[in-house]
Design a protein around this ligand. Structure first.
Ligand code: ZN
Length: 250
């Protein structure tokens, strides 16, 4: 029995994508990724006959072809999918064109996420080369570009998260009274600059148990949005409304 449990490692572990009766996948996403990879490797295209929480049924895109698979959710843990039925014989002809149909940016992103975490400097053309090397599939520059964007969103988060910061600060103060939670935005364009959070219990512990000296290490947050010089912001905080301590030049 083949068991695929780690989605990131999945594409490497699929190997030649052989089907075995009652083989399992940890989630329906793993199951989908397996058959997408299989279609690319075996040069055919699939169409979904059913794709819901309990059943995943695929057929070959050629309506005259008899290739089909049925995987269903097991009641055991409510996330494992098991291969119930399959006919792995294609009566259609494999086509090189079919490789391109399946190799879109989300698939490329999933296939190379792990590799990209080790090589953050990969450019779209490196992604193109890696996909040719691993899967024998040529992808366009723009699929490589989009896949790169998707992978960086998984690694770094996307812009959506910044919109939640003001509410996060309000909720911190509401549920931890007398704590400090404040975010800073660029006044010109309202873009995110930084956020400072200090919980009341930590502040009390610090005021009661420590001398009022804070050592600041240079920590410059450099991301796709901004550069944030945290020491200068921290000092700005304590000089201003916070006022818990005096700055001591060292
Ligand atoms: Zn077929």
């Amino acid at each position: 029995m083949t068991k695929v449990s780690d989605p990131v490692e999945a594409s490497k572990r699929f190997g030649t994508c052989e089907l075995k009766h009652k083989m399992t996948w940890a989630t329906v996403e793993n199951c989908r990724e397996f058959f997408q990879t299989m279609a690319i490797k075996h040069k055919f295209s699939t169409q979904q006959v059913r794709n819901d929480r309990e059943r995943y049924i695929l057929a070959c895109k050629d309506p005259s072809c008899e290739w089909t698979i049925t995987a269903t959710l097991t009641r055991k843990n409510m996330h494992t999918f098991v291969l119930r039925n399959y006919n792995d014989e294609h009566t259609c002809e494999a086509s090189v064109k079919n490789k391109f149909t399946q190799a879109r940016a989300p698939w490329v992103a999933q296939a190379l996420e792990n590799k990209m975490r080790e090589h953050l400097d990969y450019r779209p053309k490196d992604i193109q080369a890696e996909i040719v090397f691993q899967y024998g599939v040529s992808i366009s520059y723009w699929i490589g570009w989009n896949a790169r964007t998707l992978i960086f969103e998984v690694i770094n988060g996307n812009y959506e998260g910044y919109r939640l910061v003001p509410e996060m600060c309000r909720q911190i103060i509401k549920s931890n009274p007398s704590s400090f939670a404040k975010h800073f935005v660029n006044e010109k364009n309202q873009s995110f600059i930084g956020v400072v959070v200090a919980f009341k219990s930590s502040l009390d512990g610090w005021l009661n148990g420590c001398r009022p000296i804070v050592g600041l290490d240079g920590c410059f947050l450099k991301g796709k949005c901004h550069e944030w010089d945290s020491p200068s912001w921290f000092l700005h905080m304590q000089r201003g409304e916070w006022g818990y301590m005096e700055a001591v030049p060292m």
